[in-house]
Design a protein around this ligand. Sequence first.
Ligand SMILES: [Fe+2]
Length: 265
Amino acid sequence: MLIAHISDTHVRPRGLLYQGVVDSNAMLAAAVETINALDPAPDLILFSGDLVDEGRPEEYAMARELLQPLRQRFLMIPGNHDHRQNLRSAFPEHDYFINEENCSFVDSGSAPMRIIGLDISVPDQHHGDMTDTATQGLDRTLALEPDKPTLIMMHQPPFSCAVPYLDAYGCRGGERLAALVRRYPAVERVLCGHVHRFMQTRFAGTIACTAPSTTSAIALAFEETAQAASFVEPPALLLHHWRPGAGMVTHLVPIGVFPGPFDFG
Ligand SMILES: [Fe+2]
């Protein structure tokens, strides 16, 4: 099973640049082309939030147009830049969200893998919150099929990434999630976005990783006093390759068209 995973596309209304600098719409179009060129094609596509930049209806209309060429089913959760209701209105066929309050979902339609989307964003805030209610709900879901290979997707990472200005906006209550996930070894990955960089770490007996943004990379800075800044680095997506018995291997796939193949291996 092959799962393409993109994040933080930050789509703008037609003709506007992300942060006045980056053509995030063109970069999403390039990401879609890269996904469509994958051979073999993925079975499923995941978006881990910040589909658009300001949650505006015209941004979602633009995102819908840009995503149209995708041939596979895709599942998404909102991030801190999204607006839940505007997202739902623009994508009415995405009717898998569990309730009206948020955009969490459980997808078992991609057997043998179960995908859990965990919407832990807090309206008008940059951080996420793994509340007691969210933790209990996730526990009930995991307990339904405790041995089923599972991906948990959330926007803000539940671990400290050692970049101080990012940690200030991470997911609060990560220790609650860790205590829960530790009880379910069938959780193959905790997949996140938000930090606009690829990161991976050991987390509660599984692996947590973040997908890079398709549009910009946050500055690598570990000093307490560092100010938030971004770079336009080569964009990328993740490709999670899962085989029964062999587990999951995650590949970083640069977005674009590159020279090759050449006759050496
Ligand atoms: Fe973002």
